[in-house]
Design a protein around this ligand. Sequence first.
Ligand code: G5P
Ligand code: MG
Length: 228
Amino acid sequence: MSLVKPLRLLLLGAPGSGKGTQTSRLLKKIPQLHSISSGDLLRQEVKHNSGFGSIAFNYISQGKLLPDELMTKLVVTNLKQSGWLAPDASWLLDGFPRTSTQAEALNKDLQTYRAELNLVVELDVPESVILERIENRFVHVPSGRVYNLQYNPPKVAGKDDVTGEPLTKRSDDTAEVFSKRLKQYKSTLAPLKEYYINKGILQMVSGETSDIIFPKLYDLIEREFGAH
Ligand code: G5P
Ligand code: MG
């Protein structure tokens, strides 16, 4: 798909709902699109053993959200450094903002670049199917690519398809931490959604699998931003 107007998209969804999976698929189909995942940024910091990384690890491994101010600074700095704050750039955010405070802070920054979000899509997946996905997830931290032993296994067991580098488990992908993450997600969702409903840009796509959700998400984007 070729975009005829800039897309600045936020993907919202519970842990394991498939934000990373949908992001990879969209990037393959829409060459103009870039993406930033707040969780991937944090895991890269942890991998590099930075001071910030060790702070982040403490929060992530307990299933707690990092402070709003730290997260906003991390993502906005990354957007700026990537050169994506130009009004004609198209990008998507995965996992940030996830509180209404983050949403307000981001909006303030984006306004100064005339590059506010223009679409927010909530991925609505039943809770009952999510936990199993998480327990079978493996990730390639440098790229953020995600695998699942049943759903989309790597071509060679334990290795990233593109680089051949080893895959790892996330420290927060245990049943215990997952239930905390889910609880956390639910406790911040309502005001966040309210914020984007008031802006008139929130949409929802529902489905039990990513294969069901992807065509709906793609059509929605094509209708509003694609060439016809
Ligand atoms: P993250 O990294 O943002 P979450 O919890 O929001 O983490 P997560 O777990 O990364 O979200 P996802 O990206 O929505 O889930 O899901 P995914 O990885 O694509 O899919 C999950 C698994 O299911 C994969 O193995 C995939 O292959 C498989 N799968 C996908 N579709 C299907 C399907 O249809 N069927 C099956 N069987 N499998 C499928 O945040 C992590 C932590 O970082 C901090 C917090 O501590 C957070 O807990 N953090 C923040 N803190 C404060 N503010 C923020 N904005 C923060 N952002 C991150
Ligand atoms: Mg993810």
